[in-house]
Structure formats: structure tokens, C-alpha cells
Design a binder for this molecule. Structure first.
Ligand SMILES: C=C(O[C@@H]1C=C(C(=O)O)C=C[C@H]1O)C(=O)O
Length: 382
């Protein structure tokens, strides 16, 4: 059983202290806040976590699951679990200064990305696959120390509808932070399972810099089709297990930070179906979905490994708490940054990708990755 300690106004500095101590002791930990909630949790597993082979979520103890894009997930058991909230004046800029972006390196990445988007479009036209998601990184260096907890607090404030998380796994020797809009697998205490098809991206700001209301958003055929691939992929997963009793709502436009996306929601009443194993079974079938990988999956993964220079690591994997209060909340690790603290500098690697179809425009796809990186950069770099 976890040692659950409830703090009403836990100081951010206490959590910062616990974070540092846990890193020194080579423990694993996660700090998170669910969408539209103000409860923040801090989970510590002093063993550093372990890799798990089976996704039989029903049999898992309370803990936190985190999976890379490809490969086995890590499980952190809830040995210690703290709950708290911070006051807003404790939260200040995490880096406290604007990072220097390497323009030469950035231009090389731009050229590489645009080249591979063009090649992907040709490959799609020749019929190898219909959609592929290519990603890239943006690496920056900051002098001095980085405060993970301040960054976490800032992201919570800036993105109330996102799943915000800071994570440390000693084996990976780096901290990851995300503010993601994408649910992969959720189940509430009443047994309602939920997943979403999220794709299609445009800036949420109009020409005057004002937020466009989701109801007034206009989408082109490219984005509508791109999101439809994700819906069809989810329904194919349902068909594999002969699941017909699901509800589908959407697509609707949602606001995710500085961006708008198209979202369709799928729900299943697992209690009515007497199907408690559903979240684990669907998790193994769904990941990675067409929203972060492509259609068909195997061909898309092969293409990604050829086209991308970087390893995705935890980017576009999934993460979240399982079996805390009979609930499961797993999200796709998007709008994410990896932080490696060295002696005098701190290296941040932002990751972002976009769905390519035969109607893609390579320059626009690059711009989309710029906007996606900005989701975190605007908050962390001030
Ligand atoms: C791949 C990312 O986002 C995914 C891809 C999207 C798209 O191609 O339009 C939109 C939302 C996400 O499902 C990312 O944020 O890195």
C-alpha cells in the first residue's frame, strides 16, 4: 500500500527538495496533474522502477506507467504518494532566461525534415503507406540550473486542460516534462473506458493574435482525412476483439494551448460488458496509434526509423497513473521536453512531429513542428 500523505498547501520547495534527494538516491518518480484538476501528485519508487512485459493492467498495483515509442514500459510503484497544491507566487520562470537556439543546427534540421516530408509524400503516392508521422528535435542549452518543479508548476498554470507531468527514471538519466492534450487509455471508477482520435493541427491565433473560438475553426480536406485515419485505426483495434458496443462522439475542434486539433471520443461501458481486462488489451493494440506513427503501422514504423535522425525515446510513448483510486489515466507523451542537467549547463531537447498525407505541404509541416515546440518553449523560456 502507498503511504498517502495529504498536504493542502505543500510548498513547492518541499517537493523540489524531495525531487533532488530522490535523484541522488537513484529513485524513480513522477509528479503530475490531470486535465481540469488542481490536485498535484508526487509518486516515488525508491527502486527506480522496473520494466514490465505484460500489460495486464488489472493485476498491476497502484503506480505510474511510462512507455517509450517502441520497447517495454517502465512501472513505478506508488511506494510513497503525496498530494498537494502550490500557490501561484511560488511559480516563476523555470530557466529564467531565453535559451539560445543554434540557427545553423536549426537550418540543417529544417532541410532534413522538409526533404523527408517530400520523400514521404512520394512514398504515399506510390502506395507504400497512407499516412506517416515524422518528428524532429529542437535542442537548446541553458547556463545554470533548471528547476523541474517550477517548470511543472508553470505548465500546470498555462495549460489547465492538459495532462502535465514531470518524470525521472534513473536508468534513463534524464528528466522529462510534458503538457499533452492526448488521452490514450482512460478508465474511471465506474468502469467507463475512454480513448480519443486526435489529429489535424492549426494555430489557435488569428491574424491579430486573438484566440479563435473552436466553433469558428475551418479545416481543410487534408486535416479531416488525417484525423479520419486515426478514427479508422481505433475502430480496427475494436474490431480485432469484436467490440461493437462503443459510443463515438465527434470530430470536434479542441483548443490545446496555442493550437487547435480535431478530436473524436470513443467510450465503452466495461461494467455493462463485464469486460474488466479491456484497458490493458486495448493499450497493447492501440499503441502507437496512427496519430503518432501512421497507417499501416508496420510500414510507418519502418519509414520513421529510416527518416528520423534522432531516437524518439519517451516522445510519442505513453505515461500516466494506473490503479490509483480504481482509475487509469494514460496519455500520449507529446508537447514534451527531455532535460539533462550537467555540471554547469542544462540541455533541453524538445520533440515535435506531424502527420503527413499525400496532400501535405512540406514547409507547412515544418511550421507545425515549430508551433508544437513553442507550446513548451513559451512557458519554460519565458
Ligand atoms: C505528433 C504530435 O501530435 C500529434 C499529431 C497531430 C497532427 O499531425 O496534426 C496532432 C495531434 C497529435 O496527435 C506532436 O505533438 O508531436
Amino acid at each position: 500500500m502507498p503511504t498517502a500523505i495529504s498536504y493542502n498547501n505543500t510548498s513547492l520547495l518541499d517537493w523540489e527538495q524531495l525531487w533532488k534527494e530522490t535523484v541522488q538516491k537513484r529513485g524513480g518518480m513522477a509528479v503530475w496533474r490531470l486535465p481540469k484538476s488542481d490536485k498535484r501528485y508526487f509518486l516515488v519508487d525508491s527502486s527506480g522502477g522496473e520494466k514490465v512485459g505484460s500489460l495486464d493492467l488489472e493485476s498491476f498495483p497502484a503506480g505510474f506507467l511510462v512507455a517509450p515509442f517502441t520497447g517495454l514500459p517502465y512501472f513505478l510503484k506508488a511506494e510513497t504518494l503525496l498530494e498537494g497544491s502550490f500557490t501561484s507566487d511560488e511559480i516563476r520562470a523555470a530557466f529564467g532566461q531565453k535559451a539560445k537556439h543554434d540557427q545553423v543546427q536549426n537550418e540543417q534540421k529544417h532541410q532534413h525534415f522538409v526533404h523527408w516530408v517530400s520523400k514521404s509524400i512520394e512514398e504515399i503516392k506510390s502506395g507504400t503507406f497512407q499516412k506517416v508521422v515524422l518528428s524532429r528535435t529542437d535542442e537548446v542549452e541553458f547556463p545554470g540550473n533548471f528547476s523541474t518543479l517550477k517548470a511543472f508548476g508553470q505548465l500546470c498554470q498555462a495549460y489547465p486542460n492538459a495532462f502535465v507531468c514531470a518524470l525521472y527514471i534513473p536508468e534513463l538519466a534524464s528528466t522529462w516534462l510534458c503538457a499533452t492534450p492526448e488521452t490514450l487509455v482512460e478508465q474511471d471508477a465506474q468502469g467507463i473506458f475512454r480513448t480519443i482520435a486526435l489529429a489535424g493541427t492549426q494555430s489557435a491565433l488569428d491574424a491579430d493574435g486573438q484566440i479563435v473560438s473552436p466553433q469558428n475553426a475551418r479545416w481543410s480536406q487534408k486535416e479531416i482525412e488525417e484525423q479520419a485515419y486515426v478514427c479508422r485505426y481505433i475502430i480496427e483495434c475494436f474490431k480485432k476483439i469484436r467490440l461493437r458496443e462503443y459510443q463515438e462522439i465527434g470530430p470536434k475542434t479542441i483548443l490545446a494551448g496555442n493550437l487547435l486539433h480535431l478530436k473524436t471520443e470513443f467510450t465503452v461501458d466495461t461494467q455493462a460488458l463485464n469486460f474488466s481486462q479491456l484497458p490493458g488489451i486495448l493499450l497493447s493494440l492501440l499503441h502507437p496509434t496512427s496519430a503518432v506513427c501512421g497507417t499501416p503501422k508496420v510500414e510507418a514504423i519502418q519509414w520513421i526509423s529510416q527518416a528520423e535522425k534522432h531516437a524518439r525515446e519517451l516522445y510519442s510513448g505513453y505515461l500516466g497513473p494506473v490503479n490509483l483510486g480504481d482509475e487509469i489515466h494514460l496519455f500520449v507523451n507529446l508537447r514534451t521536453v527531455k532535460i539533462a542537467q550537467e555540471e554547469t549547463v542544462c540541455r533541453a531537447t524538445y520533440f515535435a512531429g506531424c502527420g503527413i498525407t499525400e496532400d501535405s505541404d512540406p514547409e507547412k509541416e515544418w511550421q507545425e513542428t515549430v508551433m508544437k515546440c513553442q507550446t513548451l518553449q513559451q512557458v519554460l523560456e519565458g
